[in-house]
Design a protein around this ligand. Structure first.
Ligand code: ADP
Ligand code: MG
Length: 269
């Protein structure tokens, strides 16, 4: 395969009279993390559903892994995995059983070994024998992401992976996403959170009123504004600093995903 992992050109989509996508263009490089940023209702899920072959566009083209989403839908489905906003984890099963089940459904050899490997990669080894119903929001979402990796998709879509999670759980998921990209997976994530795009993405595109209004690296986006003025202010802790200081919520037990999340997120590139 050559070229971009995802290429979208002039994509349009309406729901009856509601013209949601009015000519959306972007490309995602292989092995990168791309954030599609937009407020609620901007059309992010619509883009993801078209790319995942779940929805047909009215106009324009989209290709994933070099395969056209409408002409070659089956090949696209073999290339991707989609993790929606609502985790697909079975609460009655243990974390490990969830993973084994998906591996079995995909007819893979050694489902147990695949499960153990993913538990380790997502810092869930100790929790693996516990029912997923007892997991925290962050652990559950991490398990969900791990499940979506079974079968080695080269492109993964994460639609608002941290919406509804508390701050500590968001950090856990951010770390899981970074782990994905380190393994060479191309990640397209949608988010309404500016800080999430800032922390995770190699490139950020803002979807607004049906179009991509900017697309670039964080540095490129920052350069769109006039140079920063130098101002002298007292450094105040952010609300996030206060939250973590007071709750001590960041879990620092050895081997946990979030222990080093704060330090590794920025160091990746
Ligand atoms: N199946 C549908 N039928 C009608 N309108 C829809 C449908 N799906 C989404 N919409 C509308 O399209 C717009 C974009 O939705 P969506 O792609 O889910 O946005 P986002 O994911 O950015 O919040 C919203 O106004 C939403 O209400
Ligand atoms: Mg959405």
């Amino acid at each position: 395969m050559t070229g971009a992992a995802i290429a979208v050109k002039n994509l349009e989509k309406s729901y009856k009279d509601l013209h949601v996508l009015k000519g959306v263009d972007f490309e995602v490089a292989r092995g990168s993390i791309f954030a599609l940023l937009g407020s609620n209702g901007a059309g992010k899920t619509t883009v993801v559903r078209i790319l995942a072959t779940l929805l047909k566009a009215d106009a324009g083209t989209a290709a994933v892994g070099g395969h056209d989403v409408s002409a070659d839908a089956q090949r696209v489905r073999e290339t991707i995995s989609l993790t929606g906003q609502f985790a697909a984890v079975d609460e009655v099963l243990t974390g490990r059983e969830n993973l084994v089940l998906v591996a079995q459904l995909r007819h893979l050899k050694n489902p147990g070994a695949i499960a153990d490997d993913l538990l380790a990669r997502f810092s869930l080894t100790e929790a693996g024998a516990r029912r997923a119903g007892t997991y925290s929001g962050g652990m559950r979402r991490r398990l969900d992401i791990a499940m979506s990796l079974i079968g080695d998709p080269s492109v993964i879509f994460l639609d608002e992976p941290t919406t509804g999670l508390d701050p500590a759980a968001r950090l856990e998921v951010w770390d899981a996403v970074t782990t994905l990209a380190r393994g060479g997976t191309t990640v397209l994530l949608t988010t309404q959170y500016l800080d999430e795009a800032e922390q995770l993405a190699d490139r950020i595109a803002i979807l607004h009123k049906g179009k991509i209004i900017v697309d670039g690296t964080l540095d490129e986006l920052k350069r769109l504004l006039p140079p920063a003025k130098v101002e002298y202010v007292e450094k105040q802790p952010s609300l996030e600093d206060v939250f973590f200081a007071l709750t001590g919520e960041v879990d620092t037990e050895p081997g946990s995903a979030d222990a080093d999340a704060a330090t590794t997120r920025k160091d990746r590139s």
